[in-house]
Ligand binder design. Sequence first.
Ligand SMILES: NC(=O)C1=CN([C@@H]2O[C@H](COP(=O)(O)OP(=O)(O)OC[C@H]3O[C@@H](n4cnc5c(N)ncnc54)[C@H](O)[C@@H]3O)[C@@H](O)[C@H]2O)C=CC1
Ligand SMILES: O=C(O)[C@@H]1CCC=N1
Length: 275
Amino acid sequence: MANNLLKIGFIGGGKMAQAMAKGFISAGIAKGETMISSCHPSDLASAKAFKELGAESIFENVPVVQKSEVIIVSVKPSIVPIALGDIKKSLSNNADKLFLSIAMGVTIKQLEQCLPQESRVIRVMPNTPALVKSGASVFVRGSKSTDDDAKITKKLLNSIGICEEVTENLMDPITALSGSGPAYIFVLIEALADGGVKMGLPRDLAYKLASQTVLGSAQMVRDTDTHPGILKDNVTSPAGSTAAGLHYLEDKGFRSALIGAIQAATERCRQVSGS
Ligand SMILES: NC(=O)C1=CN([C@@H]2O[C@H](COP(=O)(O)OP(=O)(O)OC[C@H]3O[C@@H](n4cnc5c(N)ncnc54)[C@H](O)[C@@H]3O)[C@@H](O)[C@H]2O)C=CC1
Ligand SMILES: O=C(O)[C@@H]1CCC=N1
């Protein structure tokens, strides 16, 4: 083990865990050999993915906790009580461990109930662009977590993108916006490219232009401190092509569809958390 690096364990080695693990490696905050993951015995693909990173990959949860300082709970929400139940049964004292849960809709209270008393828990919502160190993450402190735990969490999450501390009542709309958001944007990129192809562009060029346009526009909103409406106006010439395109989008309810998506996804998170 590279002993100056935190030992990070993943309970659940699926898509989000792999994105974070790869992001940590590329940020230099972890190495393959400083990480370990568990997954379901049927999930050979996840096991292989972690092994390819140089990490240990096993089918039991308890050794992941025993061998790690920070444990990232990255199973589906319905599996959280089962996976943490394994730990509660076998390990009565976890006081030296920090648990970060990324599970959608699983509250701090539910997490703390699933783990031995005194467990230090932080609830996190990351997103898959963590893979390329452009993630957007938030976190909420649990009742036993310390200032140092918050510092460690910030360090980990800032290494793979941006990170904000928030209050738990914001977690569901955040999950809907930034947690699920990459999926909406991938659909947007796919659809922009499909439109380009329909109008005669080669497929490769259409994807290249669509993805760079989304990336550049996002960077302008983030870096110029200019309202997106003004940036939109700057693209839109009187009687020009953009005005024609925007009219079509408004007519089809583009804004309303996005607002509705955030509402629907928030409501789904609330259903899962039972609130
Ligand atoms: N995929 C995403 O973009 C995001 C996912 N999340 C959250 O991350 C969590 C995982 O999501 P994904 O990675 O997408 O799912 P996934 O299905 O890719 O991964 C789930 C992993 O859990 C493992 N697993 C199943 N049963 C297990 C058990 N009993 N013990 C240990 N491991 C077990 C599976 O083998 C798999 O490796 C979910 O709670 C989700 O809400 C949060 C933010 C974004
Ligand atoms: O779809 C889901 O349930 C998870 C939560 C955020 C992104 N994926």
